[in-house]
Design a protein around this ligand. Structure first.
Ligand SMILES: Cc1cc2nc3c(=O)[nH]c(=O)nc-3n(C[C@H](O)[C@H](O)[C@H](O)COP(=O)(O)OP(=O)(O)OC[C@H]3O[C@@H](n4cnc5c(N)ncnc54)[C@H](O)[C@@H]3O)c2cc1C
Length: 372
């Protein structure tokens, strides 16, 4: 969902910049800034736009002043790109696949089995100089080839984060008619689903929520903490979602001079996903052995309080790719120095996940403080 400025830069590197804001995502801070300017120009407070807002309190209200606010529309990070976009992952992946097909520098083969073997009896043999496993935290490559050689996925820093959250994605339809109060369907949507991202430091149940994808996609993410005595599967069920999430899209009638509360119409909400995830902070003690290499979540896992998982995987891939090109084009190097090259790659790369994991964990602590 969140892709930081370096991730955007790397999409530009592979030739995808033109679709970053037209197909993949939007910078919500930039959108919020626009709405703020509109608000002050028009003198109304319809959207109550903030940037990334950190809100507190136990009452389920999204539209309240943030006690910390971050502007991710800024270009102060130094890459020249805005802080981050909230993107739609299928659009991002489609863009990458299309680029692979167009560049012809690589070939995507899905649904097939890769057998690492040195002997060949009758069946097809795939051989390569190097094998890079970017196969998620379950880590088939790690378990199969690297754990026997002492590579393990271990806790990151002293602060070990391992908690279950439910993540749901909704697609919102606009309510069909103008309301009695004169709001247009688009305005009703804006009132109930704030434009910008929220960290909800509710000590009873921390949560995060925000829109993602293009504005026209009207996609909304809500992630909430699952208590130790609750089951993740149970808490993902519609009746539990009604208990936990729906109060946030119900407004007090007094807000509109009405005697009854007002809720966003349920039949305008399509549930795209509602399921539990274990959020962890882990990293492997080494990322390669011999000619087998780990990248992305297979090498390091972030809890999603800093939006660093995808960008870190991109960085791994980009920084290993040019090294492998040099090695593969110089077979003599593979025989002599490849281990040194891979060690240097790990030494260079591990600095960023270490720092990002530390700040992500800190961010997570901040959001979940009272319940821990
Ligand atoms: C709820 C949630 C919210 C998140 N939010 C963010 C966010 O806002 N920003 C962010 O940057 N990150 C976020 N992340 C983390 C992000 O999704 C991951 O860091 C990222 O997807 C890792 O990319 P990857 O390519 O390493 O692994 P994946 O995206 O997991 O891809 C691994 C692929 O390997 C395949 N695979 C696995 N085993 C095998 C096998 N044996 N053979 C063949 N294929 C195999 C899988 O099918 C999969 O397609 C979030 C994660 C979760 C769960």
């Amino acid at each position: 969902m969140a892709l930081d400025e370096d991730g955007i830069r790397l999409l530009q590197v592979v030739g995808l910049y033109s679709s970053v804001y037209t197909e993949i995502g939007t910078c919500k801070s930039a959108a919020a800034r626009y709405f703020r300017e509109e608000e002050s120009r028009l003198g109304n407070k319809l959207t109550k736009a903030q940037f990334i807002g950190v809100i507190g309190g136990t009452e389920p209200v999204l539209d309240k002043p943030a006690f910390v606010e971050m502007d991710y529309g800024t270009t102060e990070g130094g890459t020249g790109h805005i802080g981050f976009i909230c993107h739609k992952q299928p659009a991002l992946e489609k863009g990458l696949r299309d680029r692979m097909a167009a560049l012809k520098a690589c070939e995507l083969r899905s649904g097939c089995e890769f057998v690492c073997t040195t002997t060949h009896k009758g069946s097809r043999k795939d051989s390569s100089c190097f094998f890079v496993g970017a196969d998620w935290k379950t880590g088939f490559t790690r378990k199969q080839y690297l754990e026997p050689k002492g590579i393990i996925m271990e806790q990151a820093h002293q602060a070990f984060y391992e908690e279950v959250w439910v993540a749901l994605n909704w697609q919102i339809d606009l309510p069909s008619e103008k309301t009695q109060l004169g709001y247009t369907p688009e305005q009703v949507y804006d009132l109930f689903f704030p434009i910008d991202f929220r960290f909800i430091c509710n000590p009873r149940r921390p949560a995060v929520c925000g829109r993602f994808g293009l504005p026209s996609d009207r996609l909304w993410r809500f992630e909430f903490f699952v208590m130790k005595d609750e089951g993740g599967d149970e808490m993902s069920k519609p009746e539990k979602i009604k208990e936990v999430v729906f109060p946030y899209i119900r407004h007090a009638g007094s807000q509109y001079d009405l005697s009854q509360d007002v809720a966003f119409p349920e039949d305008c909400i399509k549930v795209l996903r509602s399921r539990p995830f274990k959020f962890s902070a882990r990293s492997c003690n080494r990322w390669s052995d011999g000619r087998v290499i780990l990248c992305g979540d297979a090498a390091h896992i972030f809890p999603p309080f800093g939006g660093q998982g995808i960008a870190s995987g991109f960085r791994d891939a980009v920084s290993i790719a040019w090294r492998l090109v040099i090695l593969c084009n110089n077979q003599s190097l593979v025989k002599t120095v490849h281990e040194r090259v891979l060690k240097a790659w790990y030494k260079e790369r591990k600095q960023q996940p270490e720092k990002s994991l530390a700040s992500t964990i800190e961010n997570g602590r901040f959001v979940t403080e009272k319940i821990r």
